[in-house]
Design a protein around this ligand. Structure first.
Ligand code: SAM
Length: 243
């Protein structure tokens, strides 16, 4: 796969400044991926640089106009095609979208070009979804990070990018650690499990000791303890979400 590219379109570009930090920033410095944040207002015409208007049919709030969105997405797609990328996955952030989970993050990590459309107000005119769903070289996915309503798509984009980028080969120092993580870890029934609890030095802290199996040096015993602990923790979590 060519170097993946991640574009973000927003009216608050500063919101995305964490992209230059930590794991994502380092991965970009190492040439493993490219990110670009674009200001939607740069694609407006008129002195007011307006991006929203009143909803057809009435009701509270404002809706983002499809006009600057279309301009911005077309320019970004053309730029990416100039860099040799041929397919574009337009991610429209919305609480009405497909919920992000680890399996979905793995799917997104296979894509060569993600374009994140960060909504504000009541969201983006739905014709943007409809238009790019039928355009050659585009696929559109509406994505939610959970069943709650945020003020905008910027934080959701950061969440998705953080989940996706650490799955790209070479980004994590030790790719082995991905196999044993929550929601990837499986038991013999192939049910996804959350990770077992982790411990480090000192061996005793505030009267609490590390489980003796982990200090035994016996790899079989450690593996067995970890699977049992992961199952127990998964069950506890299921009970909490059922309550
Ligand atoms: C106030 S919300 C709009 C909510 C919309 N009127 C509704 O009821 O579905 C503004 C923007 O925040 C973003 N957003 C809010 N909650 C989100 C979530 N759970 N996941 C992803 N994006 C979200 C979307 O981009 C959305 O367009």
């Amino acid at each position: 796969m060519s170097t993946p590219r991640y574009d973000v379109i927003t009216i608050f570009p500063e919101y995305l400044s964490p992209l230059s930090l930590s794991l994502i920033g380092k991965a970009e410095e190492r040439g493993l991926l490219a990110t670009k944040v674009s200001d939607l207002r740069a694609f407006t015409s008129g002195v007011h640089k307006s991006v929203d208007d009143t909803p057809y049919g009435g009701g509270a709030g404002m809706v983002m106009s499809p006009v600057p969105w279309g301009e911005a997405i077309d320019v970004i797609a053309e730029e990416a095609e100039g860099e040799g990328l041929s397919t574009h996955t337009l991610i429209i952030l919305t609480p009405a979208g497909r919920r992000l989970d680890q399996a979905f993050a793995y799917e997104l990590a296979q894509k060569e070009h993600l374009i994140f459309a960060c909504g504000r107000y009541e969201g983006i005119d739905y014709r943007v979804t409809d238009h790019y769903s039928t355009r050659d070289h585009f696929e559109v996915i509406e994505v939610s990070i959970g069943d709650y309503v945020l003020g905008g798509g910027e934080v959701a984009t950061l969440v998705i990018l953080e989940a996706v980028i650490r799955l790209i080969p070479g980004v994590l120092g030790n790719a082995e650690s991905l196999k044993e993580e929550s929601h990837t870890l499986r038991d013999e029934s192939t049910e996804p499990l959350v990770e077992y609890p982790n411990f480090t030095k000192p061996p005793e802290w505030r009267g609490l000791e590390v489980p003796p199996e982990l200090l035994s040096g016996n790899h079989g015993l450690i593996a067995k303890w970890r699977v049992a602990a992961a199952k127990e923790r998964t069950e506890k979590l299921k009970d909490q979400t059922r309550e």
